[in-house]
Design a protein around this ligand. Structure first.
Ligand SMILES: NC(=O)c1ccc[n+]([C@@H]2O[C@H](COP(=O)([O-])OP(=O)(O)OC[C@H]3O[C@@H](n4cnc5c(N)ncnc54)[C@H](O)[C@@H]3O)[C@@H](O)[C@H]2O)c1
Length: 259
């Protein structure tokens, strides 16, 4: 196979860098010799790597983003990936209102605060790109996830408008919408199911390829969106769900057939 190389920003700020997709994106960026500033409530996973700095704190606290800004070299191209999120399972009449507050505080406001701090740096940078990690749940209902799904719809909608507001500054805004991945949120959702084994088998069977998409595969889509190689994309959503939402009722035919 031939090789294609893409440019990447000199530095990328990744929220949620201590686990799952954020961790994998950080790892792939470091492999490409991109400097990473990771932000997470959790302790760093990659602090042994040259080029990795960790800011431990909450994304919904402005002080966290002030610390991130002081860690940046303002003359370099800059990317931002907002991967930190919380997912809490519940139904409206049974769940505590804190589920809604936390979902919106972290999944929406966490990105808004990040961008209010980083955008002034990005508009001055030689190249800048924003990738907000949303979810297929922004557009599709999923039982017991109303708070989470609505927060993802909100961040997707915000990114579309920000893309237009800042299009002429050169900052590229796009959204990455994963489907199920074997990472933290999925694993915890799985663990909360009455029958996790059955839940997983059902989830695998409904994927067109019969498997849950790898976190590494989704992370590569994030790298593309960070790159000027994706400059034709602005304010769009790249759905990285292994085809889950491409159609419906895949498995009605013979085993292995989509007929
Ligand atoms: N796992 C899936 O199947 C799936 C599917 C669709 C979308 N997504 C999205 O992908 C992204 C990553 O999901 P994941 O499964 O890798 O999750 P994960 O739980 O493995 O990682 C999320 C990280 O965010 C951090 N975090 C949570 N709240 C924070 C806060 N207030 N401040 C700072 N950090 C905080 C956590 O500590 C954790 O390290 C999320 O945006 C999620 O909505 C995941």
């Amino acid at each position: 196979m031939s090789k294609w190389t893409i440019d990447l920003p000199d530095t990328v700020v990744v929220s949620g860098a201590a686990s799952g997709l954020g961790l994998e994106i950080s790892r792939q960026l470091l492999e490409c010799e991109v400097d990473v500033v990771g932000v997470d409530l959790g302790a760093p996973e990659l602090d042994s790597h040259d080029g990795y700095q960790h800011v431990q704190g909450s994304v919904n606290t402005p002080e966290t983003w002030e610390k991130v800004r002081t860690a940046l070299d303002l003359s370099r191209s800059l990317g931002y990936v907002g991967s930190a999120a919380v997912l809490k399972v519940g139904t409206l009449l049974d769940e505590d209102l804190s589920i809604w507050r936390d979902s919106w505080e972290v999944n929406v406001l966490g990105n808004v605060l990040a961008l209010r701090t980083l955008l002034p740096v990005m508009v001055e940078a030689p190249q800048a790109s924003v990738v907000a990690v949303s979810s297929i749940d922004a557009d599709f209902g999923e039982q017991q996830l109303a708070a989470y799904a609505s927060s993802k719809a909100a961040i997707s909608a915000a990114m579309r408008t920000l893309a237009l507001d800042y299009a002429r500054t050169g900052v590229q805004f796009n959204v990455l919408a994963p489907g199920p991945m074997r990472a933290g949120l999925f694993e915890r959702h799985l663990a909360s199911a009455d029958n996790p084994k059955k839940f997983l088998a059902t989830r695998e069977a409904r994927q067109p390829r019969g498997r849950i998409t790898g976190v590494d595969e989704v992370a590569r889509a994030a790298l593309f969106l960070l790159s000027p190689a994706s400059s034709a994309l602005l304010g769009t959503t790249v759905t990285a769900d292994g085809g889950l939402t491409t159609g419906f009722d895949f498995r009605t035919g013979a085993e292995g057939s989509s007929a």
